[in-house]
Ligand binder design. Sequence first.
Ligand code: DGY
Length: 321
Amino acid sequence: MAHIVATRPLIEGGLSGLRDTHTVTVCDPPNGSARSVDELIALTEGADVLLSILADPVEAELFEARPRLNMVAQYAAGVDNIDLEAAEAHDVAVTHTPGVLTDATADLAWALLLAVARHVPAADEYVREGQFERWETTLMLGVGLAEKTMGIVGLGRIGRAVARRALGFGMDVVYHNRTPANPTLERQASAQYLPLDNLLRTSDVVSLHCPHNADSHHLIDADALAAMKPSALLVNTARGPVVDEAALAEALADGEIAGAGLDVFEEEPDVHPRVLEQDRVVLSPHLGSATARARMRMARMCETSIAAFLDGNDSVPHRLV
Ligand code: DGY
């Protein structure tokens, strides 16, 4: 019987498949703030498996302090909170949950985009506050997306799902990847490869779907924002640090771009104060995968990976290390 520690409660029933055969401890943080590595060390006393979320700093110190820990099952597709090299060096297996949150995240990218393009939060507030007295010819004029260009940075699963939706809205799709996608994937997404500077100059919407790593840190910096059209909208449902948030605040304040839809932030859960001051910004609290179906499928995926690992299977699904 192994001891599995989950750093947050999951969706109800999410770990039911493991409870009969293993000891499962679910931690419930008092204030939901990101945990420090010291807190993780304290929580994982006697643990064989850690079920982590994206706010948990799973670093070398943890593996050094807890030699019994031999698996980390990340309840997310992104793993930028985990030091994968340190895990490998300490012979700790790492799994994640790709594929099951693709549509949920693509939907949210579109929800943010439509909300920014058509002033949905401001319109809602206007009606609730009783300001809707008559139909007006020029009230809250927004941006139509048909015949515009969607620029996707990162044509992975989620990028392609956003591209498919863009085609439905009558948009042209261009994309940038570190290396161009293979022709089959390009055809499926009806997306044309462009170098990043070219994509930034020509897109009406730039939607970010790349992982956060040393190469993509501040990929969208002051220069990148200056290269975008003044009418362009930026959507980030990937990872906060892909965008230099202070530079984004400046670009919005100076009218270098027209607006942004942000689900992720550089210093989550904090948001840059100058971003909060901007009117043409719609914000959500990292909700990309937040549908009951996606969260349950993520839980099932973690269960399957953990069970396979604890059973000693040669092949553990969704294993990265
Ligand atoms: C992920 O899985 O990486 C998402 O950001 C979680 O919502």
